[in-house]
Unconditional design. Sequence first.
Length: 452
Amino acid sequence: MSNPKPLEGVKVVELATFIAAPCCCRFLADLGAEVTKIEAPKGDQLRFTAVNEGRPYGDAEDTSYTLENTGKKFITLNTKTEAGREVVEKLIAACDIFVTNWREQPLKRAGLDYESLKQRYPSLVMGRVSGYGEKGPDKDLPGFDFTAYFARSGVLGTMYDVDSMPMLPIAGFGDHHAQESKGLDGQGKPLAPGDLVAVEPGAPCGECEWCRRGEYNLCPNLRFLSAFHDDGCLCEYLAFPARMCHRLPAGMDTLCGAMLEPFAVGLHAAARGGAAPGKSAALVGAGCIGIMTLLSLRLHGVEEVFVHDLSDFRLKRAQSLGALSAGDGDFTAGVLECTGGRGVDIAVDCTGSAAGAYSLPGLCRRGGVCVQVGNIGHDAPFDYYNFYEKELQLRGVFRYRGCYPAAIAAVAAGRVDLRALADRVFPFTESPGAFEYALAHSEEALKVMIEF
């Protein structure tokens, strides 16, 4: 007998079109929920977009629609008629969760807004996907992806070549995030509605050989927010596995919660390098991940950390956080001079550049460890002579695993101040300004945040 799915017995009513809200309900159906989708008499508009997208379309196959709606039951209703509204009411009365992407004003006219439903069905969980959130001047406007954030944020203006059209951003934007829990987890994790959580944005399958070994960051089926074909989280509501949501302790706000994600990369890098008291390190790159790696090395007791960056501004910032200077000349020569020709125990590249990766063996002592954090993304030369002659170890870093609890504990204990590393915080209504600021201040802006 197969194991029951976690949401078996849960009934969901979906009154939504296109992708965002239907996709949420598709996940609920995958987890065992019984999802009933209400469509207009002519059907969800997504049924007819496959032709424009170059996808198969017909009675036997409609991949655009099927992708978001597999596993559901379907009913067509004219919600403008009294008979249609009566059926909607009966369906909601018998369900546990109601999901919609209708705007607030039509919901109120239909008596389907949260406050009205709360009076009639106190135990009902409601999720609403909107174009511009529930606050601000545009909260009542209809929204679509191109208008709501691709175009209005200014992102499309950066994604085209001269004399060409902007490209379609297939991947979503935003993978460092924290939010307020709005419902029950269903996974046995003690989260309650209203809890502030940090979302670890990678959801592994939990069944492959890497997951079984605890190396879930290497899961080939990992779904990672804003990477490849997975949407990001520039949205008001987000449905994500509770096992990847970490409750923030009292006194820790969502800004610190969002900063835990890059900090987790640094913690994983320090662990991969074998950081420990008495060891020394050299760090190439003092951007956001480089700074997080610096803090993590020092948190592990590595007091001697030499840092190099082409930006004087970033270099000075790293030095203000405890980094050591190896002089103004060649970084490798400077590190060797500072260590009496020995080199360091751990050499880390956070730039993702060919030059940064090539420099690691020259920085290391004999028997040391090279750690590659930055994603180079292409073939690059490597200093194999020093690597072989010194009998070094080369260890890669792919995101992180099991680092969030330690990160939260370090911040809660005051051992690391992540809030101080957020250069600017923009409200969601000023998201275009956040992107513009990040582009205009790419050298000195360590982390630019958007707050909902």
